[in-house]
Design a protein around this ligand. Sequence first.
Ligand code: C5P
Length: 226
Amino acid sequence: ENGLSVAIDGPSGSGKSTISRRLADELGIGYLDTGAMYRALTWYCLDQGLPVDDYDAAAGAADSFPLLMGNDPQDTRVYVGSTDVTDAIRTTEISENVSAIATNLAVRDTMRRLQREIIEKAVRAGSGMVAEGRDITTVVAPDADLRILLTASSDARLARRAAQLNEEVTAEAIEATKAQVLDRDAKDSTVVNFTTAADGVVLLDTSVQTVEETMEIVFQLVATTL
Ligand code: C5P
C-alpha cells in the first residue's frame, strides 16, 4: 500500500519547517526540506567560485553537485560531498544568494525532478513523506494526499524569523530581518506562487496561532485523508 504524501508550501517565517518536521515525526514518515536543496546548491556555487547568477554554470552545478540528505525528520543534516553544510546553509550569505539560484529555471527543473523522485520512492515504499517548500502543492506534488499552504502576516513572519536569528527580538532585529525576508519573498515570487492557494489546497493562516494550535488543525486534516 502507498504511503501518505503531504505537501506544505509557504513563505519564510510561516511556520512551514516547524510544522512539517513535527508532522513527519509524529506520523513516523519521511521529511523533505526542498529549501535546503536550493540552499545547498547555493553553498556549493559560492564554495566553487561559480557566480550564482551565471545561468549555465548554476544549471550545470545543479545536475552534478554531490548532495546528500536523508529523510529522517529527527536528522536533518545536509552534506555536499563529505562537508556537513547543515549550519552553513542557514547563514545570511546563503539567504541573500539563494533566490538567484532558485529563480534559475534550469536549476528548478533539475531540483523538481529530484524532489519528485524522492517523494514517489517514499510513497511507493509505503513509508510516506511530508515535503515542504514553495512549489510542492502546485508543481512538485500536485497529486499529494493532503496539500496545505501556510501563510502569516508579514509582522508575524518577521518576528518569528528574527527570533530564529537573534537572541532578543528587538525592533532592530526585526528591521534587519525585514530586508532579508521580504526581499527574498519578492524575488522568489517571480517564479513561484506561494501566496494564494491553488484549487484543492487548504489555506492556513498561522499569524495568531501557536505551533500547537496549527498542529491540531493539520492533524484533523490528515485524519480526513485516511
Ligand atoms: O524554505 P527556505 O526559506 O529555506 O527556502 C530557501 C529558498 O529556497 C527560498 O527563498 C527559495 O528561493 C528557494 N525555494 C524554492 N522552492 C522551493 C523551496 C525553496 O524556490 N520549493
